[in-house]
Design a protein around this ligand. Sequence first.
Ligand SMILES: *Cc1c(COP(=O)(O)O)cnc(C)c1O
Length: 392
Amino acid sequence: MNDPKNDLPMSVDTLAVHAGREDLTALGLHALPIDLSTTNPLPDIEKGGDSYEALATGGTPPENGSNVYARLWNPTVARFEAGLAQLEHAETAVAFASGMAALTAALLAFTASTGKRHVVAVRPLYGGTDHLLATGLLGTEVTFCNPDEVTGALREDTGLVLMETPANPTLELVSIADVVAQAGTVPVLVDNTFATPVLQNPLDHGAALAMHSATKYLGGHGDVIGGVIACSEQHAEMLRPIRAITGAILHPLAAYLLHRGLTTLPLRVRAQQDNARKVAEWLSTQDAVEQVYFPGMNEDPAGVLGTQMAGPGAMISIRLKGGYAAAEKLTTSVQIFTHAVSLGGVDSLIENPAALTHRPVAGDAKPDAGLVRMSIGLESPEDLIADLARGL
Ligand SMILES: *Cc1c(COP(=O)(O)O)cnc(C)c1O
């Protein structure tokens, strides 16, 4: 594929297969190469120094320069970033060792580095995100609020607004454009992990940053931890020095797996979503189930589904009439589902958010003890339904 900037607009399916691979033909390669060098030869002292300066201050390696040191820059990671950026309709992307490392860098870049220590966080959020903000570990002060309360939560020193849609674990849909409008000049970070760039592109709706736990759908096979933020080059220049100084860069082997994972992302997401639709419909007919939480079955007053988000995705939560005891029985009697946290892989997972992923979430914001969250995989939906029937 030629330079994407000179080309016709391409569908997500084509980009998933080709984006970030533009330099391979000139290198005489077809598959993605993995560069494991921790250090790189310097052409001469001056060019070495210029390269170091460019990378340490958030830029990219200069022409005929050096990558200097792998905590600053790695070409395998950079290729994955270029690929993901195209899928997210972003100028660039910055990849991290985990989703939480990405979030940490965003918080440091937009609070500590700017002198604005306040963050507005729209609940519900991923448990780890909620916990990091609630503890104030990074020197931030947080105001948690509902999606329609963002303007009222803003302060003079608000550096970042944070939101997630579909929200975890209740899969409520939040209008990105509405939160962006309420945030005014404050940049908005959207955790796009659940939707993936196949179903939703936050930057198209005014968000400044689209974050992913790449551990989930982007990797898709449950064998790699990573995080990534798609954004403008200007914002990337704020994130990269923090990544360098805190040592949070993605490992090149992980970058290789994530980049390879992108090729099948649209196929996986659509197939898993089709399965989830069937499982959610069946669950909604079951007596033991008090409520099914699935986009399309939930209320959607802002009309997000079909506009901001192309489909419901492949995550389902249910609230069981039998509460915690029923959740215990369901999660331990399934045989095809794995009773485990995480999501987005080719195999189906099931867990109880109150006991696990949302355990550190305080008081009122904690999910119901009878809530069970499922990540639907690529198995036959009929087999998944039979497996759930056993546990209900
Ligand atoms: C898993 C997850 C994270 C954290 O990502 P890690 O890769 O585990 O650090 C953040 N947000 C959401 C929505 C997640 O599911």
